[in-house]
Design a protein around this ligand. Structure first.
Ligand SMILES: [Zn+2]
Length: 387
């Protein structure tokens, strides 16, 4: 490359310094952090590696960071189940912190809204932590304080199945909302300054969150029922109520259209959830099985236009102050035309084409979620001051 071309590229890079902070509120990437031989500094493709986020693709797609998830699959509601889940979730946080510690010039742990802006200004990627499924807390809510001290700033009560705290969107009603312990969970979340995440919760749980929480809530990776009628998506009435209470819905790239289940692909997905327990040989076999299953998978897939319809519908219903992005990368997200985080600039381009201003786009990419985070921090400070 000639020196002048390099100078132009550097100048373009400086111009980008004014670009807004871009966060995704649900990155399941920690499933890869403990994987033997996996390096976040190497550029991968989903086809070759089954990952959607790494440092080179974050840079390419302009993703400044987000909430890295401590995801725990739902297991039995027994003392033994709780203990195993607790250790699993604690190790997830350890993996996140080890990843950041290994790359201190590229990543930094974030604990407050102000941290995120400071870390971006320092030229690094922002690593918040969140809990998907509070099952690992067992019946001991004091663990919420432990996870807060480890850096967790957001949590949702349940995942695909009902648990000790709440009903799941994708299970039968058991508690019809929160359990008594779940209502205490809400109060503790407010007291500790943790953002309450309604993604995966049933509609009854969502309604009770709005009624009980003293702070605005989030849906870290959800969509609109008006686009596709699925229990994981929210109806327009509830989206409006969320906005009235100051909350935010972060738009998912999953549940955009009907997709029949495929046994071969489901088996691959189950193994992907525990990929960090596989040896390099077992990983290679999983990837080969995935490639074979996907070559035989002729089910229609959702595409980028459908993702944008979901996003634009949410913006229309909730307003530009109450919508963001949480595409479920490394957790089942990705559609044709939006395959990994390297494709994220397409979202900004499409928002601008739809008439959204730079200021609007900045709110969608992080302004709204940081506002919610500040409100949650203030409620917590108010409670500890005895108000
Ligand atoms: Zn999820």
């Amino acid at each position: 490359m000639k020196k002048t071309a390099l100078m132009l590229l550097l100048a373009a890079g400086l111009a980008h310094a004014e670009e807004p902070l871009r966060l995704d509120t649900h990155l399941d990437t920690p499933i890869h952090f403990g994987r033997a031989g996996w390096d976040i500094m190497t550029r991968h493709t989903y086809h070759d590696d089954m990952s959607q986020v790494d440092y080179p693709r974050m840079v390419e797609g302009g993703l400044d960071g987000g909430f890295f998830v401590l995801y725990t699959p739902q297991g039995p509601l027994t003392a033994q189940g709780y203990q195993a889940a607790r250790d699993w979730a604690l190790m997830r946080s350890v993996h996140i912190r080890e990843m950041v510690a290994a790359h201190p010039d590229k990543f930094e742990l974030a604990f407050t809204a102000d941290d995120a802006l400071r870390i971006k200004a320092a030229g690094k990627r922002v690593v918040f932590q969140s809990i998907e499924n509070s099952y690992p807390l067992g019946t001991d809510l004091s663990l919420l304080e432990t996870f807060r001290r480890l850096g967790v700033r957001m949590a949702g009560p349940a995942h695909f199945l009902d648990n000790q705290f709440a009903d799941s969107a994708t299970d039968k009603p058991h508690w019809h909302g929160f359990s008594p312990l779940g209502k205490t969970w809400v109060a503790e979340m407010n007291r500790l300054g943790l953002i309450i995440d309604a993604s995966h919760s049933s509609d009854e749980v969502f309604d009770q969150m709005l009624a009980l929480s003293k702070a605005p809530i989030i849906l870290s990776h959800s969509g609109c029922k008006a686009i596709y009628d699925h229990p994981r998506n929210l109806d327009d009435g509830r989206i409006r109520k969320l906005a009235e209470k100051g909350g935010v819905i972060q738009i998912n790239s999953v549940y955009l259209s009907k997709r029949e289940s495929d046994p071969a692909m489901s088996a691959v997905d189950d193994r992907l959830e525990v990929i960090d327990q596989l040896s390099p040989d077992e990983q290679a076999r999983l990837i080969a099985d995935y490639q074979a299953a996907s070559a035989n998978d002729h089910r229609p897939r959702a595409n980028f236009d459908m993702f944008m319809q979901n996003l634009l519908h949410a913006l229309q219903v909730a307003g530009v102050d109450h919508v963001g992005i949480g595409a479920d990368w490394d957790g089942g997200g990705g559609v044709i035309g939006l395959e990994d985080v390297a494709d994220l600039p397409k979202i900004t381009t499409a928002l601008k084409a739809a008439g959204y201003s730079d200021a609007d786009v900045a709110k969608i990419w992080s302004g709204n979620v940081l506002r919610v985070m500040r409100a949650v921090e203030q409620v917590s400070a108010g409670m500890s001051a005895g108000h």
